[in-house]
Design a binder for this molecule. Sequence first.
Ligand SMILES: [Zn+2]
Length: 490
Amino acid sequence: MRSAWTASNSAAEILRERRLRTISVAERNASATPFAMVVVRECAHMPEGSGRPLGRTLIRGGSLFDGTGTKAHPADLLIESDRIVEIAPSGVFDGRAVASTIDARGMTVLPGLIDAHIHVGREPDHDGRLYLDAGVTSARDTGGVLDNLRALRARALAGEWIGPRLRICGPLIDGAPTVWPAAMSFIVGEEGDGRNAVDQLAGKVDQIKIYSGVGPELVREIVARARDYGIPTTGDLAATRASEAIDAGIAGLEHASVAYADIVPVELQVSMRIFHEQSPAIWRRERNKGQAATDPSGPDARRLARQLADSGAWFDPTLVVLERLASLADPAVIEAPEVALATPAAQKMWAERVAGRKSAWTEADYATAHRAFEVELAFVGEAIAAGATILVGSDAPNPFVVPGWSLHRELELLVRAGLTPLQALTRATSGNATALGIAHMVGTLRPGKLADVLIVEGDPFADIRATRNVRHVLQGGVVRHSAVAVPARA
Ligand SMILES: [Zn+2]
């Protein structure tokens, strides 16, 4: 058996030994968490990473959450090849001939989690494994180099890339000057550019992502053209207000921060010009000041929350990346155990962000950033209370947003914002599957669906942090598991 890990960390060595070992990281987290250890477990009867389904498999004795929003209940699950074939009350399948049995007593059986917002990083082979280890079996890439993404999907189809099932947006449609490299941006500026961009991308992407530099007229043009093709659009916007994009018929909005131009008083808003002409750190510092002083339950915020709910637009708050970017001096963030799972190159880049931030921010700026994040979190609470359609996305691999594991933090933050654990897990499974256009295959545990299954120890409906206690992950009936539990913060 080959190790699932390419990073040189202690977990890798222990996996190769094919033995159960427990690595305590209690020194780092003793008071912060009930899951203060990293457990690495290998199951001798289940070949991990062989790429072949297990044959007829029984998942027995667990509490089953089928992803539809109904409560978990004791049930057994029968898998044949890559599909779920039957679900029945506990014990009904006992005595049937099966090739393997997964003992799920004391565990919760869920659909594989779906991350609605990732960017495939520079080391997709490493990161693909991280997503699966964390139980994330599908994801939407919300902006990247189109040729790379299509090549990766081809490798996945050929069985050469192990990672989440990918839905892709391809390049960001952006205005000039762009925030990201030219290869991952499609620049529009004049009337007709939006239609042209959509024409170029149609047939090559699953959704279209509109980025911060695009103004309202071009947003309307892009959304209308994409609708002609039946392609959903989503936006991380700054030059267009969220309310204007919803009026234009945009299908979704990314990041709680997209509410900024609608809810922060105009006299407190800062321009993207600071980002381009000074630095991202200074822009964020100045932006936080106005946001920290904003009432997240004021009339403007309530109006936007209501509009989100009434329109049915997806709202993908990605609170975890906003929390991370607000907390780049906080040891709980920059020394979180899962950070060690990221590639050395990613860790180096993230450390540089911490250093860059320190050179531009004072202690008071960090405190303001925390308050600004709390405003974003509270606005998400308003949107939830209004009935908005929440998606669950992480924005990995932004600084300290570790592929896969950060989605567990997103679930925790959404519960803090106001979702129940049952709602949060429904959104991260069937809800995300619907938004990504893959609900016919995954997102629920139902006969006929692909066997994308996450099995965790404990009851995440009592404590959402239990989703981190990953014990088994199946993707299309193939075991993709290495049972690494990464502790939660309190
Ligand atoms: Zn993103």
